[in-house]
Design a protein around this ligand. Structure first.
Ligand code: HDE
Length: 703
């Protein structure tokens, strides 16, 4: 062993990518943290001491012990050891982006909210989308409800609409939330299964909670496997109140309508996407914003009065019910645009703290027992998660309007007032802020009285009518997906009795559904239906708004075509196809046998976006296969290439094929083409193909 001390130094100084250099400079320019992290800046400790060596801890001799006095090592390791904060107890996995909200129709007659007083008023916004059940590192395409939480930084303070992509919820009373969440999360003894509801604990709980049946119809529908955050609706779920300047109130439900149209994947795709790209949704949002294709939603409101509420067959305070858009139309009053990705995921997406209690003058709560419980829970959870009461000092949570109060001290206090006055009233000259009786928030003066009891209102006991309305409002394809999802989920339950107990709810919704699920589970007969607590309203009108397929787009805008291509193809055709997609605002990616890309018959090179086994067709909305005679021979030997076409075919995708590529389909077992498979040989064919792709799926292909 050599006794000559050796000082390790990295042999290669890594070249930073352009992206890294630009971003670091961006952060440096902010100047707020006085951190110059630009390329070549001097590395320091958190105390600002310049570091001389970031490779070797301080030791007593080359082979001696590490010294405790090495403050650089100690500080670096101490900070690393504390990098994690508790993940959200629900909605742990999420992805955020910044943008703005703009009022498109003023509604001063309904609300005094400053933001909604004038058309064109614009405020910054932050949105976080999430799944509910999975942990922070789980996959994006779990069958689950999606969180759709919006923070609007208005001139009168922060207004949070902490909603979901489904307009109803599993339970009616906040008291049941911990039980619901415990049941769906991994079982406490074995810590699995993660990020899924397909297990005994969840279905055991659901089978005993008939109030969940409406929500179950939604979560078993394709709403729970959205193609992208960009193609989902958002809902405030609860009934809120609008209050105008005269103190008059109306009820309101909030809706976010995606300008991009609704779209979901099919279950087999979801399962495969989770393996191919667990970050499918966050990557999609990131890519869309980075490419300048800013996702946009309209804010719609359903406004109604006491008379409507009294005549409605269900209780408007019951979060397991919705108000059909056909009964109370959605009036569009604003738009939300996401135009910027975060600079730092932790700083913004992880630390953002939504609270349902964050409302502004002109908005108010109702007595929905779920909402009332949430108002307690969100504030409470942030203290645990963000470590103290000063989470409002974190930039993403701080209001962007002036604020002044006497709250002080606590962990990590960042805004520390100067001067002597820290109480009110006081008689000091610079005595600090005072309440404003005119402009200050005032609750709607609702009369409240009642016996102190643990009860629910009568109409809450209807558990099936709207579940039935939802199911019957779906297209046949969608109804089949719901039945299939129930069969899939219940087939993962080990206990027969649990399966049967769930199926026994279904005849109260639809006999056909009950039969399909019973058959799918191999039950000998449909179990005896549970006795409903209230008579089912069986003749509710169907609602078109409840179906995804009746509200899809008719354009390929914002969608992605995957082109499986080989060497030796007609470069003109490839280019025409990519141009046709671009012309309608879509994206095209080249998938090739090697990541090195392809060379066309005339020698032009195209880089590949994906190697075929890393770019399966499930990642695309439609696919094309362009192959030369030699190329197709190679593809025929590759399993991923065969899966590419069989999956695209069985997922009812539109498929473009250039002459020679047909052989790949035959080799993969797709021997008969239908109208959803389009042969292309010239530019006009490409335009026609992309136009057809606007329908997104060729559903006629599905059984
Ligand atoms: Fe939440 N919910 N929730 N929830 N929720 C949380 O707050 C809670 C409910 C929703 O991206 C937690 O900051 C209770 C309905 C979203 O940061 C927690 C009840 C709806 C998010 C909490 C509900 C939601 C949360 C966990 C029943 C749709 C993610 C971390 C009374 C309208 C926000 C956190 C984000 C997060 C409690 C039911 C939406 C524990 C007690 C209904 C989008 O406070």
């Amino acid at each position: 062993m050599s006794d000559k001390p050796f000082q390790y130094e990295p042999s290669i100084r890594t070249q930073k990518s352009n992206d890294t250099i630009e971003r670091s400079q961006d952060i440096g320019e902010g100047g707020e943290t006085h951190q110059d992290v630009g390329d070549g800046a001097r590395l320091t400790t958190a105390q600002g001491i310049a570091v001389s060596d970031n490779q070797n801890a301080l030791k007593a001799g080359a082979r001696g012990p590490t010294l405790l006095e090495d403050f650089h090592f100690r500080e670096k390791m101490f900070h690393f050891d504390h990098e994690r904060i508790p993940e959200r107890v629900v909605h742990a996995r999420g992805y955020g982006a910044r943008g703005y909200f703009e009022t498109t129709e003023a509604i001063p007659e309904l609300t005094s909210a400053h933001l909604l007083q004038e058309k064109g008023r614009k405020v910054p916004a932050f949105v976080r989308f999430s799944t509910v059940a999975g942990n922070k590192g789980s996959m994006d395409l779990a069958r689950d409800v999606r969180g759709f939480a919006v923070k609007l930084y208005t001139d009168e303070g922060n207004w949070d609409i902490v909603g979901n992509n489904i307009p109803v919820f599993f339970i009616q009373d906040a008291m049941k939330f911990p039980d619901l969440v415990h049941s769906v999360k991994e079982a406490p003894d074995r810590a699995f299964p993660q990020a899924q509801s397909a297990h005994d604990n969840f279905w055991d709980f659901i089978s005993l909670m008939p109030e969940a049946m409406h929500m179950i119809m939604w979560t078993m529908s394709d709403r729970a496997i959205p193609r992208s955050f960009r193609f989902m609706e958002g809902f405030g779920v609860h009934t809120f109140r609008f209050v105008n300047a005269d103190g008059e109130a109306k009820f309101v439900k909030f809706h976010w309508k995606p300008k991009q149209g609704l779209q979901s994947v099919v279950w087999d795709e979801a399962v495969k996407i989770n393996g191919a790209d667990p970050d499918f949704h966050r990557r999609d949002l990131w890519a869309a914003i980075q490419s300048g294709d800013y996702p946009e939603w309209e804010l719609g409101v359903q406004v109604f009065d006491d008379d409507f509420a009294d005549s409605f067959p269900f209780d408007i305070l019951d979060a397991t019910k919705l108000i059909p858009e056909e009964d109370v139309p959605v009036r569009i009053i604003g738009r939300l645009v996401l135009d910027s990705v975060v600079d730092n995921f932790f700083a913004e997406t992880e630390q953002v703290a939504f609270c349902t209690q964050n409302i502004v003058p002109g908005i108010d709560f109702t007595n929905d027992p779920l909402l009332q419980g949430r108002n307690f829970s969100y504030l409470d959870t942030q203290i645990k998660r963000l470590g103290g009461p000063n989470f409002t000092h974190i930039p993403v949570n701080a209001p962007k309007c002036p604020f002044a109060h006497f709250q002080q001290d606590g962990h990590m206090a960042m805004h520390n007032p100067s001067g002597r006055a820290n109480y009110e009233p006081n008689s000091w000259k610079d005595g600090g802020p005072r309440a404003d009786t005119n402009a200050g928030f005032r609750s709607y003066a609702e009369e409240v009285s009642g016996e102190k009891r643990r009860v629910r209102a009568d109409l809450f006991a209807d558990h099936y009518s709207q579940a039935r309305q939802f199911y019957r409002s779906q297209t046949e394809v969608e109804q089949t997906h719901i039945a299939d999802a129930l069969v899939f989920e219940l087939s993962k339950c080990e206990v027969l009795e649990i399966r049967e107990r769930v199926v026994a709810h279904l005849p109260n919704i639809d006999d056909g559904l009950a039969k399909a699920v019973a058959d799918g589970l191999g039950l000998e007969e449909v179990p005896q239906a549970h006795e409903p607590r209230r008579e089912i309203v069986a003749d509710l009108k169907m609602s078109k708004a409840l179906s995804i397929l009746k509200n899809g787009p008719n354009s390929f805008k914002g969608r992605k075509l995957g082109i499986l291509a080989t060497d030796g193809i007609d470069g003109g055709l490839l280019q025409s196809l990519m141009d046709a997609v671009k012309d309608v605002g879509g994206m095209a990616e080249i998938v090739a046998p090697t990541i090195g890309g392809i060379t066309t018959a005339r020698g032009k090179k195209y880089a590949a976006d994906e190697k075929v086994d890393g770019g399966p067709s499930v990642l695309y909305d439609a696919v094309a296969v362009l192959a030369s005679e030699e190329g197709v021979q190679k593809l025929k030997t590759m399993h991923p290439a065969k899966d590419f076409v069989t999956d695209a075919f069985s997922h009812a995708k539109f498929i473009a094929v250039s002459g020679e590529a047909v052989a790949l389909f035959q080799a993969a077992g797709v021997t008969e083409f239908d109208d959803g498979v389009i042969e292309i040989s010239e530019a006009d064919d490409c335009t026609a193909f992309v136009e057809r792709c606007g329908k997104l799926r060729y559903w006629d292909r599905t059984p």
